[in-house]
Design a protein around this ligand. Structure first.
Ligand code: MN
Length: 243
């Protein structure tokens, strides 16, 4: 009995070996799981479900087969693939969950997030997030022709890289792009749960915290840039491993 968590694969035609590793993981270990949760940034970029990308089609076919084999697949949108819609989710046989969502894992209520909502010190990013999660902004964006959307995504990625290197120059990169400890504590308080699992920061770790005398656990998933990363949750404990 194991439930698997992955995030931040950033699948991209430019790194085909990681897409292959994902395929092997889905056809291998994932087949024996109770469920698979993908906590965002499955794709490096997503400009609409109508994008005929080969990587998207490959991933949908693998996930659909997994779901067809009886393993439920759930997805939370990340900051790269926040435009992934119900149409693609249907093709992939996966359910889109809100961010955050609560899952009951072998008796332990667990809060699941992509993780960007916890990075409240990056006010420029949070403003961008509010703007791009507005349904009117999304409808307007998705109504543009595909080449225009692809160009916008390239610009947004360049702007994000420039923003991050600006933070590096100021020496604030490490703190601003990580979670805010106050927001983490507030999240544990607000939801009254003892375990939180998220990705986004690419800082894989299991943090044991004390929130007002209550023992809490924050698990951060790793990215799939140079290898895979998986969290295995079982009734008797959790393990965070590289693949
Ligand atoms: Mn992210």
């Amino acid at each position: 009995m194991t439930t698997l968590f992955i995030s931040d694969l950033h699948l991209d035609p430019e790194r085909p070996e990681i897409t292959r590793l994902f395929g092997e993981f889905i056809e291998g270990e994932a087949r024996g799981a109770d469920a698979l949760y993908i906590l965002g940034d499955l794709f490096e970029a997503w400009v609409g479900d109508d994008d005929p990308s080969e990587t998207g089609a490959f991933v949908a076919s693998k996930l659909k087969a997994l779901a067809g084999a009886g393993v439920p697949v759930a997805f939370i949108r990340g900051n790269r693939d926040f435009l992934l819609g119900e149409d693609y989710a249907r093709r992939a046989g996966m359910a889109i969950l809100p961010d955050p969502a609560v899952a009951m894992l072998y008796g332990t209520p667990t809060l699941l997030m992509h993780g960007d909502l916890l990075c409240t010190d990056d006010t420029a990013y949070q403003q961008f997030r509010v703007q791009t999660r507005d349904p009117r902004w999304q409808a307007q964006f998705l109504s543009q022709p595909l080449p225009a959307r692809i160009a916008f995504a390239q610009q947004a990625r360049a702007a994000s890289a420039a923003h991050q290197s600006g933070l590096k120059d100021q020496g604030t990169m490490e703190t601003i792009t990580d979670v805010s400890p106050a927001t983490v504590a507030d999240t544990f308080r607000r939801y009254g749960i003892g375990r939180l699992i998220h990705g986004h920061t690419h800082r894989p770790a299991i943090h044991e915290l004390d929130v007002e005398g209550r023992a809490c656990q924050r698990v951060v998933l790793g990215d799939w840039y140079d290898q895979g990363s998986v969290l295995r949750v079982a009734p008797d404990g959790i393990r965070l491993d590289m693949l």
